[in-house]
Design a protein around this ligand. Structure first.
Ligand SMILES: *Cc1c(COP(=O)(O)O)cnc(C)c1O
Length: 345
């Protein structure tokens, strides 16, 4: 597979902006930096951040056993996803494939970048319609977006169906693993080396509890990472974010403890919500939220708002008639939700 054939021509021939910090990296303590027009009075943030976020990448590399050449970081997954569009998709010419009901950003980014979005619905079990997906592919199909565990349905796609797409699709398969830490399934990072056309996206926004710092991570072959690096804004991940991320990534015991609590609360919520009379279905979840089907989603949503509980009404999403999505909170929050569900008539 030749990745450069998939890349937009203007990106292929692009000379990346070379920042002052890119040019001279091997700082020693007695060097004086008069190259970037920074304010020289030290206050902790007067210098530009490391454009390659090397310390954070080294830590991610240790945790996941992936070389740092296979990692690119962004200002949230949202930025990483946007970079992927802009590297591979020629506006008004190329197309992507998304699999609703799924994360809304893929479609938003397709619209912003003037890229056709070919939607292939999931089947009734919220699994991939592999044959239909492959039928939609043509010479201009550059990307397929798979979100597993999927938002808002909560389930994971089968390994076999994903493998078929990875081997049969002559474009890039983006697997969004925002919720992987809540799943018993293995991450696709384990087989990253086998698929030159695979991009795995992760984030510190969910299981790592760092939505406020905005750090998104993409893992892919060296070829893909180096072309994404060509168009990345040089200082896209700020100093404060890099520092906070590093602290958090060195507290894996705390992170894992929170994940385990959320998984046990997810189980309790599932069992309690199942008993509510107006709940027609509770879908199994590999994520930190639960999708439920009720008699009248908008009525139940408004009743909960009146009781001070905000959940997400997904009734207008395809295949999600009368569905509500509920994030797993801490014990007290979930107990309040359960009490509210028992009260409303
Ligand atoms: C929450 C979420 C993300 C995270 O996006 P960030 O920009 O990293 O906060 C990514 N993908 C999916 C499917 C999500 O639900």
């Amino acid at each position: 597979m030749n990745i450069s054939k998939l890349v937009r021509k203007n990106v292929l021939s692009l000379q990346p902006y070379s920042s002052a910090r890119d040019e001279y990296k091997d700082a020693t303590s007695n060097m004086i930096f008069l190259d970037a027009n920074e304010n020289p009075f030290e206050n902790g943030s007067n210098r530009y951040p490391d454009p390659q976020q090397t310390d954070v990448k080294i830590r991610l590399s240790e945790l996941n056993n992936i070389p740092i050449e296979n990692i690119l970081l962004g200002n949230g997954s949202d930025e990483v996803l946007d970079l992927i569009f802009r590297v591979f998709c020629e506006p008004n010419e190329d197309n992507i494939i998304t699999l609703p009901p799924t994360y809304g950003m893929y479609s938003v980014l397709a619209n912003i970048n003037a890229v056709e979005n070919r939607k292939v619905l999931l089947n009734d079990n919220f699994q991939l319609n592999v044959d239909e997906i492959l039928e939609q592919v043509d010479a201009n199909s550059k990307l397929i977006f798979l979100c597993t565990p999927n938002n808002p349905t909560g389930n994971s796609f089968t390994q076999e169906s994903i493998e078929i797409l990875l081997t049969k699709f002559n474009g890039i398969v983006v697997i969004d693993e925002a919720y992987i830490d809540f799943s018993e399934n293995e991450s696709w990072l384990k087989v990253l080396h086998k698929y030159p056309n695979l991009i795995v996206i992760q984030t510190l926004s969910k299981a790592f509890g760092m939505a406020g710092i905005r750090l998104g991570i993409s893992y892919a072959s060296k070829e893909i990472i180096s072309v994404l690096n060509k168009i990345k804004p040089p200082y896209n991940v700020n100093n404060l974010t890099q520092a906070k991320a590093l602290v958090r990534l060195n507290k894996m015991e705390e992170v894992n403890n929170e994940i385990n609590q959320l998984k046990s609360e997810r189980k309790r919520l599932y069992q309690q919500i199942e008993k509510i009379s107006f709940v027609e279905k509770v879908y199994p979840s590999d994520a930190n939220f639960i999708l439920i089907k009720v008699d009248d989603a908008t009525k139940r949503y408004n009743q909960l708002i009146d009781l001070g509980l905000v959940i997400r009404n997904r009734t207008n999403q395809p295949l999600c008639d009368n569905c509500l999505r509920i994030s797993v909170g801490i014990l007290e929050e979930n107990s309040r939700l359960i009490r509210a569900l028992k009260i409303i008539k």
